[in-house]
Write a protein that binds this ligand. Sequence first.
Ligand code: Z5A
Length: 213
Amino acid sequence: MEGRLIVFEGVEGCGKTSQMQLCSEWLQSLDISVLLTREPGGTELGLQLRRLLLEKAENKPITEVTELLLYAADRAQHVEQELKPNLAAGKYILCDRYTDSTIAYQGYGRSLNMSLIEQLNYIATGGLASDLTIWLDVDVEVGLARKRGQEAGLDRIEQETIAFHRLVQQGYAELAASHPTRIVRVDGSLTKEAVQQIIQGILGDRLKSWLAF
Ligand code: Z5A
């Protein structure tokens, strides 16, 4: 069976982790072999980069270009070490964030040069694009309120201004409009169960063509 790369995207607290877990259980019940992974942090090296990127380092600021390069480094390692071999082995990979996160956060949020970001995305992935990206669309305030409700507290990027998060949200909206087949918007403000039903409907349709049944 041919492997597939299915990515979950959205602003903080949109529900990616919860939905990926439910999707994984559903796909496994259909006898589909699944790998759950994420960026940053899908490899051993990536876990160290994730800590550097997200820890609240008051006296150790990270420049915007350094941040961009660290996300690219994490992705390059992840693609070679995890994504390509598991796709070749026929796995359905559910990945928490991928190239669109860099466009939304570093491109729209930080206003870094978009063609530089696209080049870096290409270098890091070798052109490996997702087969399907589920964009969980929730208002920035709703997502951040969900995160504030969690014990872990807010990380370095979650502590950015509301204006920053709104730019990220605009990035996702524009990406979805530009890639209507690859990126599918799902209303993430519904209950977890309702969101999962919608995702299973979308994935079910794709499975029919991918598995040709
Ligand atoms: N980043 C970047 O800048 N550039 C890049 O290229 C990449 C990433 C790859 C990674 O964080 C950070 O890196 C991220 C972007 C940046 N910014 N930050 N921070 P992450 O993806 O690991 O963390 P996150 O975006 O903050 O996601 P999260 O904490 O994993 O949240 P989530 O997966 O979207 O949601 P959740 O864990 O499923 O749910 C959060 C809470 O909401 C939890 O209490 C749930 O029970 C609750 N929840 C979930 N769904 C619902 C519904 N439907 N209703 C009510 N409550 C819900």
